[in-house]
Design a protein around this ligand. Structure first.
Ligand code: PLP
Length: 375
């Protein structure tokens, strides 16, 4: 079976874990955590980075940090992972779901202003497939209505919008290092804080509501409970794994982009014949090769394609059941239909894309998809 995903090991992961163990600093915020923070801050101009145990945790931190309270409204796409919404729901927010663009799963910014009310506190753009949302428009709206922008950049490591790294634009941004992402640590994530006014409190929330970080820097002579918070730091074992991946980021990205381009070329004949649609880069966006997807002409065609590929021992997966129609949120949703979100729910299919996918395996996937439509 050609799996949908296979975690890639760059070679030094266990070596760095061994170093972390030998150093006897196993809890969080040690050498590998600091090296990882520095890597991101230097390479992508992120103002302040805090590793977390997951992107879900980073989103929860963001929600606490911008003081989400019961009744506040948060705007985000319906076509996203549950954590994008759950993190804000946990603090009592009402989620106002936005529809996707006709040509891309990212949210349609032309329809955002109509969703803003005097209760709106934040917009959470999700850079789907690592491809940028229209951040100029989103930041302009945020400025006009005094809103926070939290980029859900879970899929968007090493991707850009008009030359700016994704994660460096919003007040806050969150990344994932789950084993299905480009850069991994098993489970893992990061909160990026770009708004200086949020720096101090972000560390406190990260360290269980204490000013422990300031204490270790010698800024205060005792540490204690100063705010709400939780345990969001990953252990040094996880950070050590992550750092080995970061050292190989260029190699990982170039390999993934090669695979992505091979899919695009191998399937473009089918698009020309109108059998399916291939991913289109939104204006100003780059492709970080997080994901390769095709958009089928109908739900039935997609189901047939999935079973055809399964018969040929190839795993393909669809995802994101529109959150506004989910069992948990349907009754809380304001009733608007979100046509494009539902369209991607029913038509989009993801193909195997991972570093160690061989040329042979990829040719097989491309040939089988072509054979399915040509026959
Ligand atoms: C993967 C993902 C998450 C969750 O990341 P975890 O690290 O698994 O918590 C959140 N949002 C989006 C868009 C994702 O793709």
């Amino acid at each position: 079976m050609i799996p949908f995903n296979k975690p890639h090991l760059t070679g030094k992961e266990t070596h760095y874990i061994y170093e972390a163990v030998q150093s006897l600093h196993l809890s969080g915020n040690g050498m590998f955590t600091k090296k990882s923070h520095a890597f991101f801050q230097e390479k992508y101009d992120f103002k302040k980075c805090l590793l977390t145990s997951s992107c879900t945790d980073a989103l929860e931190m963001a929600s606490i940090l911008i003081n989400i309270e019961p009744g506040d409204e948060v705007i985000m796409p319906s076509y996203t992972f549950v954590s994008t919404a759950n993190a804000f729901v946990l603090r009592g927010a009402k989620i106002v779901f936005a529809d996707s663009l006709p040509g891309h799963p990212n949210m349609d910014t032309s329809k955002l202003e109509a969703l803003i009310t005097d209760k709106t506190k934040a917009i959470v753009p999700v850079h789907y497939a690592g491809m940028a949302c229209e951040m100029d428009e989103i930041m302009a709206l945020a400025k006009k209505y005094n809103l926070y922008v939290v980029e859900d950049a879970a899929q968007a490591v090493d991707s850009f919008y008009k030359g700016k790294p994704l994660g460096s634009i919003g007040h806050l941004a969150t990344f994932s290092f789950h084993e299905t992402k480009n850069i991994i640590s098993g489970e893992g994530g990061m909160l990026v804080v770009n708004d200086e006014k949020l720096f101090k409190r972000s560390e406190i929330i990260w360290e269980k509501g204490t000013n422990r970080s300031a204490f270790f820097r010698g800024e205060v002579n005792k540490y204690g409970w100063v705010d709400v918070g939780s345990s969001y730091l990953p252990s040094e074992v996880v950070a050590a794994f992550l750092y080995a991946q970061l050292e190989n980021l260029e190699d990982i990205q170039s390999r993934r982009k090669g695979i992505w381009n091979t899919y695009y070329e191998g399937l473009s004949g089918l698009e020309e014949k109108g059998f399916l649609k291939l991913p289109k880069l939104p204006n100003g966006a780059t492709n970080n090769a997080h994901m390769f997807y095709v958009v089928c002409e109908s739900f039935e065609k997609r189901s047939e394609l999935i079973s055809h590929l399964k018969d040929k021992e190839i795993m393909s997966v669809f995802h994101y059941l529109s959150l506004h129609k989910s069992p948990y949120y349907e009754a809380k949703h304001d009733g608007r239909t979100l046509e494009m979100s539902d369209y991607y729910e029913d038509h989009l299919l993801r193909l195997p894309l991972f570093y160690d996918l061989t040329e042979e395996e990829q040719s097989k996937v491309i040939n089988e998809i072509n054979a399915f439509f040509e026959n």
